[in-house]
Design a protein around this ligand. Structure first.
Ligand code: CA
Length: 236
């Protein structure tokens, strides 16, 4: 699971606990501890989900929900609101301000992780499915296997993660730097040409049987994966 999660929480021990447990589930996690920094961090890290504390220094979590929802670039990002208040009126206020779910402190970490997965599944079913399919390419996360039709495709770990990431959003074009951040990690310094090298290896493995190349190179923009057989049928 390659989803990016932004944790907005000023209690450092809790933020670190969430980071540790979410990373153990395979998520990429960024932490912000001040309300004033959130909007910029959301634009920079493009999270798939935000876990937001209600009581924050600076802008409050509730106001931030409202702002994330009112910005066209960020309005679809799911938000789970954390709060120490358990009153029913607050719950309703939180949900109507745009939070997708609501967790009252203290909470159990496994429960929060389960809610994170549930919210992500609703928002983007592909980010959580065990088997991803694009055309005749099938990637099974739990078995760590890739098939092209009946043929098994053998991939190195980086090519596997790269393919997995592209297959989560078929048709979407990712820049080299977005692929580096999401597949290699944000704190790793790797030259952008490394992406081209691994895309080359991935293509070679996928197209070994002389099939259509499912990976599209978009000049000046990056790479995407799509079902080429569909396009051929559309044209015919
Ligand atoms: Ca707080």
């Amino acid at each position: 699971m390659n989803a990016n999660i932004l944790v907005v929480e000023d209690e450092e021990p809790l933020a670190l606990l969430l980071q540790y447990n979410l990373e153990a589930e395979g998520f990429n996690v960024n932490i912000i501890d001040h309300g004033d920094d959130v909007e910029l961090a959301v634009l920079e890290t493009a999270p798939n989900l935000i876990i937001m504390d209600w009581m924050l220094p600076g802008v409050s979590g509730l106001e931030l929900c409202r702002r994330v929802r009112s910005n066209a670039k960020t309005c679809n990002i799911p938000i789970i609101l954390l709060t120490a208040r358990g009153e029913e009126t607050d719950r309703i206020r939180g949900l109507t301000t745009g939070a997708d779910d609501y967790v009252t402190k203290p909470f159990s970490v496994p429960e929060l992780v389960a809610r994170v997965k549930a919210v992500l599944r609703r928002a983007n079913p592909e980010s959580i499915a065990d088997v991803l399919t694009v055309g005749d390419v099938e990637l099974d996360r739990s078995a760590y296997k890739v098939n092209r039709g009946p043929r098994e495709v053998r991939l190195g770990p980086t090519e596997f993660r790269l393919l997995e990431f592209l297959m989560e959003s078929p048709g979407r074009v990712y820049s080299r730097s977005q692929l580096l951040d999401s597949v290699w990690g944000q704190n790793v310094y790797v030259d952008e040409r490394t992406v081209d090298v691994h895309i080359g290896r991935l293509r070679k493995a996928l197209n070994r049987g002389k099939e259509q190349d499912p990976i599209r190179t978009v000049r000046g923009a990056g790479y995407s994966i799509s079902d080429q057989s569909e396009k051929v049928q559309e044209r015919a």
